[in-house]
Ligand binder design. Structure first.
Ligand code: IYR
Length: 224
């Protein structure tokens, strides 16, 4: 039999039934106001907000609790410049045909292009890495499991944390992202997963109308 040790669950808050509904409804309404924004104000973001957003992300469930993620906060000007140059070069190839017509057509309503100034100038730029090997302690080198699922959930929790702080975010995935290992000094067995950009929105920032079209509850769920 398993020889694992269990400890009591720390108390979690309980609420009267109606208050539970109210709390989850408030949370959902707030989260539904989250927007992906591409124009950031230059105003700096308190380092404690970034640390707490990483702390929130690091609480995500993960395969065998190996926590297969690393968050590199890119502050250095030269690294940001290198990041922007490498990403824009990939994006130029992407937008000038590599993506294929179907993908480019799908992106048209967003109005995005290869120009990525936020990679240099946004107040917060975090490169998220997924670790192929690791363990419950950073010194371990065991195989990791459900890496994409685990890191994806952690990223979602980070976006939620920034939103709760009153900031806007952008998930960015230059393709391919190999160059990020070099920019961020990360080992070859880590895979760049996505960039999370955060900050205050620029004055007059806009979002594409397309982004406001959301599927209904009936569209996205079934009770069987
Ligand atoms: N990485 C490119 C293209 C892009 C792809 C998808 I799918 C998007 O939802 C948005 C953009 C870029 O960032 O421009």
């Amino acid at each position: 039999m398993a020889s694992e040790k269990h400890v009591p669950l720390s108390p979690i808050a309980e609420f009267p039934p109606e208050e539970m509904v109210e709390r989850v409804t408030d949370f959902a309404s707030d989260l539904r106001r989250r927007r992906t924004v591409r124009d950031f104000d230059q105003r700096p973001v308190d380092k404690r907000i970034v640390e707490q957003a990483i702390w929130a992300a690091g609480s995500a469930p993960s395969g065998a609790n190996h926590q297969p993620w690393h968050f590199a906060v890119i502050e250095d000007k030269a690294k940001r410049k290198a990041l922007r140059e490498a990403a824009e070069s990939e994006e130029r190839a992407f937008y000038s045909g590599k993506a294929g017509n179907e993908w480019l057509d799908a992106l048209k309503p967003l109005g995005t292009d290869a120009h990525k100034p936020f990679l240099e100038h946004a107040p917060v730029i975090i490169a998220v890495f997924a670790q192929k090997r690791g363990g419950v302690s950073t010194s371990e080198q065991k195989k990791n499991y459900y890496i994409n699922e685990s890191v994806g959930i952690a990223c979602g929790m980070m976006l939620t944390a920034f939103h709760r702080a009153g900031l806007v975010t952008l998930t960015h995935t230059p393709n391919p992202m190999r160059f990020l290992n070099e920019v961020c000094d990360r080992p070859a067995d880590e895979k760049a997963y996505m960039l999370i950009i955060a900050g205050h929105p620029a004055k007059g920032a806009t979002v594409p109308e397309h982004a406001l079209i959301k599927k209904s509850l009936d569209d996205i769920s079934s009770w069987i």
